[in-house]
Structure formats: C-alpha cells, structure tokens
Design a protein around this ligand. Structure first.
Ligand SMILES: Cc1cc2nc3c(=O)[nH]c(=O)nc-3n(C[C@H](O)[C@H](O)[C@H](O)COP(=O)(O)OP(=O)(O)OC[C@H]3O[C@@H](n4cnc5c(N)ncnc54)[C@H](O)[C@@H]3O)c2cc1C
Length: 300
C-alpha cells in the first residue's frame, strides 16, 4: 500500500492546480484520475475568463483566479442585464446605460436590455492546455499522477484516509482533497459529508464564420442574461463558441448525483483494504460535446 501526505481525487483543473501548489511546497502528493487528465468537464469547458459576478464571493474568487492566469486571450466581456438585475457586486467593471450600449455596440439587438456591464479584463483561455500545464509542472515538482485509477471507496481513519481503487489497489493518505467535479457528491457521501451540489447539462455549439459575414462576428465575450446564453470568439473574428447561460432556474437534479451516476458499490466488499475490487469500471464523462472545431491553439 502506498502512502502520501495528500491524496487528490480528480485530475481536472482544480485537482491539478492543487497538486502543483502542494508539490512545489514539498508535500508528497498523489492524484487519482479514473480517466485521463483534463478528461472531464475541464476538457469540455468554454474557457471564458471573467471576474464580473453579481455574487461578491464569486467575484472575489474569480478576480484572484484571473490574476493567477497568464497568457489568456483578453477580448473584454459584455454582460446584458434586464431591469430586474442589479450590477452592484462586480469589482472592476463599467456600467453602461441602454443608450451607451446602443452607441458602443451597434451590432447588437438590445431589445429588453436595461443596462450593460463591460469588463475590460474578460477573455478566454484553453482549459485543456491550462490543466495539462499544471499536470506537467506538478509531476516535475514530484507529484504522482495516476491515470485510469478510479477511487471507489473512501474510509476515514483516526489519522489517515484509506482509498480503494477500481483495480483493487489500496492507498493511504494523511489528507484527502476530493476534486471530482460533478462526482464529488457521491464520493463524499461515503463519509456522510456530501455537499449540496447539483449537476446540469449544457448545450455547446461551435460556429464557423462564413466569408460573407466577415467582420460581423462578435469579437468579445458576450453574456446575455435575459436570453440565457453566452458566447465567445474562438480566435479573433473567426467564429464563436456558445452555450446557455446558467440562469437561476430550478436545477435539473436536486440531489448531488452527477449526470452519469457511478455504478452502485452496494454489495462490494467491506473496506478499502480487504484486497477486493469495487464494483464497476471507468465511467463516462459528464460533459457535453467538446467545443474544439475552432478552438484556439497555443493560448491558455
Ligand atoms: C460545457 C461547459 C462549459 C464551461 N464553460 C466554462 C467557462 O466558460 N468558464 C469557466 O470558468 N468554467 C466553465 N465551465 C466549468 C469548468 O469546466 C469547471 O468549473 C472546471 O473544469 C471544474 O474542474 P474540476 O477540476 O473541479 O473538475 P472536473 O473537470 O469535473 O474534473 C473532475 C475529474 O475527476 C475525475 N473523477 C471523478 N470521479 C472520480 C473517481 N471516483 N476517481 C478518480 N477520478 C474521478 C473525473 O474523471 C474528472 O477528470 C464549463 C463546464 C462545461 C461542462
């Protein structure tokens, strides 16, 4: 059985970032990933980078995250609000009246828009490349990254946490970070600590610009709160990648179950270290279709 100071479940951008920062501080760290690094929602994400949120906590966390990013494509971001909204919680942004919007963005249909917010620092990154960079740097700093290593059982002891993997191997860590995205709830459920998470499916489309439309693509991040979508350019004036804006509608699921729930481990052996295998094997990704057809290259 291997032992580490910290075990991380999930090699998405959060797990890999944590692994990098721990490893560079000399903490012995292992990452368990049931598929491949960045193979979950991280690899499917649109990569919009922004710090304007109407929730102050989110705005502050996002501001610090944006500050940690280097090399993302800065396009600016425009948020279209209805009269029911307020824009008081953003940190660095410019509020625009309907008249100012019409003047600065004549390409937009602004029916129903009461005001807008322009965030100069918004843009987009390549989430897959970002996560792969963190993975490479974490391994360079001494972290162990175990791909195709799904964690199926977690047992908390007085001083450590024991993990059983799908392949039957056992591992022991002093501290555990579960960064398993939409699958975090069911894993933590084993410890009676499931967070109140819900998962949603989003439709994502990659649009290629026709030559006849040259110059008409929206070259900045656009979030239309009234109509429930967002878009970003794939590269300057080359098309857009868009998806529905997560409006505060009732979630499609109200439990912590992910879109493709893991197979039940009911009936599997008692503890992580009885030398038994967990039920089930690799599971499929929760993400929607990947927006790759016009994804930028070399950007983060
Ligand atoms: C379509 C789409 C568009 C998005 N657009 C944006 C955007 O524009 N801007 C933005 O900031 N965010 C966006 N997001 C959100 C962003 O992708 C996520 O917030 C982020 O990638 C989550 O990273 P993570 O590391 O927490 O988890 P994930 O990327 O979900 O990674 C979790 C990992 O855990 C692994 N795992 C799960 N269970 C186990 C297990 N039992 N054992 C081992 N490994 C396990 C999975 O295989 C997966 O690789 C978008 C997401 C989607 C799906």
């Amino acid at each position: 059985m291997s032992t580490y100071d910290v075990g991380i479940v999930g090699a998405g951008v959060h797990g890999l970032t944590a692994a990098y920062h721990l490893a560079r501080r000399g903490v012995s760290t292992v990452v368990f990933e049931r598929g491949r690094r960045a193979g979950g929602p991280t690899g499917q994400a649109s990569g919009v980078v922004r710090a304007y949120y109407t929730n102050r906590f989110l705005a502050e966390v996002a501001r610090d995250s944006v500050a940690a990013l280097t090399g993302y494509v800065r396009t600016g971001g425009l948020y279209l609000h209805t009269a029911a909204d307020s824009a008081d919680a953003g940190l660095e942004h410019e509020v625009l009246t309907a008249a100012e919007l019409a003047d600065r963005f004549p390409e937009l249909n602004l029916d129903g828009t009461a005001f807008g917010v322009w965030e100069e620092r918004a843009g987009y990154a390549d989430p897959h490349a970002t996560a792969l960079s963190y993975a490479a740097r974490a391994v360079e700093q001494g972290a162990t990254l175990l791909e195709h290593s799904g964690v199926c059982q977690i047992a908390e002891g007085p001083r450590s946490v024991k993990l059983l993997l799908d392949d039957g191997s056992g591992h022991e860590v002093d501290r555990l970070l579960v960064a398993a995205g939409p699958w975090t709830g069911p894993l933590l459920d084993q410890l009676g600590a499931a967070p109140p998470l819900s998962a949603e499916r989003h439709v994502v489309a990659a649009l290629r610009q026709r030559p006849a439309d040259a110059g008409r693509a929206v070259p900045y991040v656009l979030i239309d709160i009234q109509h429930g979508y967002y878009s970003r350019p794939a590269r300057p004036a080359a098309g857009s990648c868009s998806g529905p804006w997560p409006r505060p509608s009732p979630p499609t699921r109200t439990t912590s179950a992910p879109p493709s729930p893991p197979p039940s481990t009911t009936g599997s052996p008692p503890g992580p270290h009885g030398g038994h295998r967990c039920a089930g094997g690799p599971r499929r990704s929760a993400g929607g279709r990947r927006c790759t057809t016009s994804a930028p290259t070399g950007s983060r």
